[in-house]
Design a protein around this ligand. Structure first.
Ligand code: USQ
Length: 379
């Protein structure tokens, strides 16, 4: 299969490229190092040192064809789709931080414009150049918000005033970032309806971890963000514990979120690529399990005690976000299970691996320490 990965330099993009290459696919990738630049912009960096793209390509024996450019530029997308004529395009190239989108009007607009435009560019390039290509688009479990009912995969049966229909499940994103993903979802749905494009829309939970089965060599780590803007919760708690900082649980910590390891994320995307839809728009809720933030914080605390005999404190900070701190949460993830997904890494086994890797990178966590405490306020 010929696969074009947009955002190949990212946390998930690079490990996915290694997985696909290892399975004998022809991998093409695009990136403009937007995340590297934006993370530097908040005076942070990957807590685990990563190589330049040139070096990354060399380590992979220059088997990947890399295109430098911006996915929100239609000319660039048309050009690379023409050059690669892919069987599948994996779109991981959006602005991916909810806090970043909440900093100012400029950040909100940048997120909305960049994300919505990039998805539109891909839709049109596929329609015009390679209509049978499979678009695998990274959305977010956060598109659904936290409704007081079960969360299905994209659609549900509705009975209203004596009539019934099968309709998109309500989306209630809690940041401009999440709303940009909601917009993508509706654009993809429409593109399937009018042009029969093959779409897998992936509602992914919070990803954690330092390793996949390909990351067994210290030279090929993926990036690992810990700052308040780009770091996600479990990875941040792990980094905080390594430098003996209290864990920064926002609010009561009874917020529940869907999680999966980096290995499981790459595994799921690979399975989805191997199951292209036939002129269908399919939604996958991509996660392994859901947990409360208190549960995650306690797991990190326990592992720090067992591994390093530390007594890490758990702080409950006033929540900088506007979100429910206690709520019902019950999403399903049957669609992935139905095409063969089974959890690869258990959270209990993965946390000690993360702590060990981060402990070896303690100096760099200390270097970025000032970027850890939350400053971005939703209110
Ligand atoms: N949180 C803390 N302490 C922290 C950081 C976060 O308690 O130090 C809490 C947040 O308030 C939130 C939860 O942890 O309730 C998750 O926050 P997060 O920063 O890990 O994740 P989020 O902002 O939701 O976004 C991340 C990715 C995004 C992806 C999303 C999946 O950045 O790209 O779409 O996870 S989901 O959360 O399912 O929407």
């Amino acid at each position: 299969m010929k696969v074009l990965i947009l955002g190949i330099d990212g946390y998930i993009g690079f490990p996915l490229a290694m997985r696909l290459m290892g399975e004998g696919h022809d991998v093409y990738g695009a990136d403009n190092f937007y995340t590297r630049k934006r993370v530097r912009g908040v005076k942070s960096g990957s807590a685990i040192k990563i190589n330049s793209m040139k070096k990354r390509m060399e380590l992979l024996n220059n088997k990947i064809k890399f295109f430098y450019g911006d996915v929100s530029d239609p000319k660039f997308i048309y050009d690379i789709v023409k050059k690669s004529m892919p069987d599948a395009i994996v779109h991981l190239a959006e602005q991916r931080s909810a806090p970043y989108s909440m900093i100012s009007l400029k950040n909100a607009n940048e997120t909305l414009v960049k994300n919505i435009k990039s998805t539109m560019n891909i839709i049109y390039a596929v329609k015009d150049i390679k209509r049978d290509a499979h678009i695998v688009k990274l959305g977010s479990m956060g598109e659904y918000g936290t409704p007081n009912i079960d969360i299905p995969e994209g659609f549900f049966d509705v009975n209203y005033n004596g009539r019934s229909d099968y309709l998109p499940f309500p989306r209630m994103g809690q940041s401009w970032y999440h709303l940009s993903k909601v917009d993508d979802t509706y654009s993809l749905m429409l593109s399937n309806k009018i042009w029969n494009l093959n779409i897998s829309d992936v509602m992914q939970g919070v990803v954690y971890g330092t390793r996949t089965k390909e990351i067994n060599d210290n030279r090929i780590f993926s990036r690992f963000d810990i700052d308040e803007v780009y770091g996600t919760v479990l990875n941040r708690f792990a980094a905080q514990s390594v430098i003996d900082m209290p864990l920064t649980v926002y609010g009561k910590g009874e917020q529940k979120r869907a999680f999966l390891s980096l290995e499981d994320s790459v595994t799921c995307l690979n399975i989805i690529l191997n199951h292209p839809p036939e002129k269908e728009y399919r939604v996958y809720n991509q996660f392994d399990e859901y947990y409360s933030l208190n549960y995650i914080a306690n797991k990190i605390k326990e592992s720090s005690k067992t591994m390093f005999d530390k007594n890490i404190k758990i702080d409950h900070l006033k929540d900088p976000r506007v979100e429910m701190e206690e709520h019902y949460y019950n999403p399903v993830n049957d669609n992935l299970k139905n095409i063969g997904y089974r959890r690869v890494r258990k959270i209990e086994d993965e946390i000690p691996v993360i702590l060990k890797d981060l402990n070896e990178n303690k100096k760099s966590i200390i270097k970025y320490k000032n970027t850890i405490m939350p400053k971005t306020l939703w209110r």
